[in-house]
Design a protein around this ligand. Structure first.
Ligand SMILES: Cc1ncc(COP(=O)(O)O)c(C=O)c1O
Length: 464
């Protein structure tokens, strides 16, 4: 059944992958007109073998991938894949380790070590936080909030993991501008989306108004409380004032969760560290691997100061699971029991580039965002809607009239339609706009020229 040409197929996959990466420099970043096929052929009775399956896939669909690993894919917060991460990820399925527990493998040790070294990068204390690798920041938020939920129940003498959410004390989550994955975690965990108390932001900002947060916390004396703070909002890269938020949490007996998907890494840069100061006081923290660390999908990191609470939620000890070993049973810290060896790309990248290498990526991206912001500020055609604090630029075409949103929708279509760059839209303070997130290790000065040139042309083509 299995052909002996698998080595040819592996070689061919590498060849395809390499040529795809080379094409990122000048291939269309996205094809905005792309439509997926509408038919779903039946499972073939007989297989065609690895090589032919690969060739058929590539000849049919090779040109239909977005170049999200390239330097001008600025949508969402999308990292690329560094060479070290790529190399390690190639090895992962060869080894096919299941990092549920130690299981006679080095893999769990490497995960623990990689988590500790990320804490080093974040200038956070290794001995106060425990972690687990998950599939992304949404999964990290879910895992951390499960720990928070358990803690809240126990504050009132109730064990939610054992007795269920139905009879649990009321829990309110307070947040300024939470990422949508927080809403998702709340509905999944039985906390209920309606129990999110949305606290106003500071004028012209996405950072929470801490006076309003203080009022909101004081106005709910009878409930258990979780505060979700943002270290890097997705629209504008804004930061809550974590020291003040942490003080309020202490005063009101609230759990502090920080979503630091990409913004947490500001802590590694002397010029930006102040933005995320106070993060060390969080009860739990989510960070992303596949964004700014430029690891392949899927990698997120969930840290907690009270991992025992998280383990109460996720613990799944079974008689067939070996309990020997001194390392954490990672399967008891989040949803997955069988777990990919996603620690390897993280670990090898940290060794390959060290703190200095990652700082360089972050600094380059922040400089890119700053320089683009300066260009926008000097331009008659575009306007910035928010201060550029880190690596995200939030802006739009400047039009005076009431068609501003419609014209900007059209403008974004033209920009993305050029194939030279890709940005995602958003609505910021009720206004349609674009957000450009620089988070790829390859994005450089040449790309800035391409971006400004494309923006100028797209604006000109619209008004011509
Ligand atoms: C601040 C923040 N939190 C959470 C997420 C969700 O992360 P993921 O897509 O890795 O699940 C994102 C993604 O953009 C984010 O920017």
């Amino acid at each position: 059944m299995f052909a002996d040409n698998s080595l040819d197929a592996e070689r061919r996959a590498l060849e395809i992958g390499r040529s795809f990466l080379r094409g990122n420099a000048d291939g269309a970043v996205v094809d905005v007109g792309h439509a997926c096929p509408s038919t779903f052929p039946a499972l073939p009775e007989a297989g065609v073998g690895e090589l032919e399956a690969l060739e058929t896939y590539w000849s049919s669909h090779g040109g239909q991938h977005s170049r999200s690993s390239g330097p001008r894919y600025f949508g969402f917060v999308t990292g690329g894949v560094t060479p070290a991460a790529l190399t390690a990820d190639i090895l992962v399925p060869y080894l096919d380790q299941n990092v549920a527990t130690e299981r006679h493998s080095i893999a769990a040790y490497i995960e623990e070590l990689a988590l500790a070294q990320v804490l080093d990068l974040l200038a956070l204390p290794r001995d106060e936080l425990s972690g687990v690798l998950v599939t992304g920041t949404s999964a990290a938020n879910l895992a951390c909030l499960a720990g928070a939920r358990q803690w809240c129940g126990q504050q009132a003498g109730y064990d939610i993991a054992e007795d269920g959410i139905a009879g649990a004390p009321r829990i309110t989550v307070f947040a300024g501008t939470p990422h949508t994955s927080i809403h998702k975690a709340m509905s999944t965990l039985g906390l209920g989306r309606r129990n999110l108390c949305e606290v106003p932001s500071l004028p012209g900002r996405e950072a929470v108004d801490t006076a309003a947060l203080a009022e909101a916390l004081a106005s709910r004396p009878g409930t258990q409380k979780i505060v979700v703070a943002s270290a890097g909002t997705v629209n504008t890269g804004d930061f809550d004032a974590l020291p003040e938020v942490a003080d309020l949490c202490e005063r009101h007996g609230a759990w502090l969760h920080v979503d630091g998907a990409f913004g947490a890494f500001a802590r590694s840069l002397p010029e930006y560290a102040h933005l995320a100061a106070g993060m060390e006081r969080a009860d739990s923290l989510s960070v992303d691997g596949h964004k700014w660390l430029n690891l392949p999908y899927d990698c997120g990191l969930a840290f907690s100061r009270h991992m025992d609470r998280q383990e109460m939620s996720f613990s799944a000890d079974a008689p067939y699971v070996p309990k020997d070993g001194t390392l954490p049973a990672f399967m008891n810290r989040a949803v997955e029991q069988s777990r990919r060896y996603r620690a390897l790309p993280l670990y090898l990248s940290l060794q390959a580039y060290g703190r200095a290498g990652f700082r360089r990526i972050f600094e380059d991206n922040c400089r890119f965002a700053r320089r683009l912001s300066d260009w926008i500020d000097a331009s008659q055609d575009f306007e910035r809607l928010a201060e550029t604090r880190l690596n995200i630029v939030c802006f739009r075409g400047s039009y005076e009239d009431e068609t501003v949103d419609a014209r900007n929708r059209d403008l974004l279509q033209r920009i993305n339609g050029s194939g030279r760059l890709f940005m995602t839209p958003t609505t910021y303070k009720g206004r349609f706009c674009f957000r450009l997130a620089a988070s790829n290790w390859q994005t450089g000065d040449g790309d800035l020229n391409i971006v400004t040139d494309t923006l100028t042309q797209a604006f000109g083509s619209q008004t011509a």
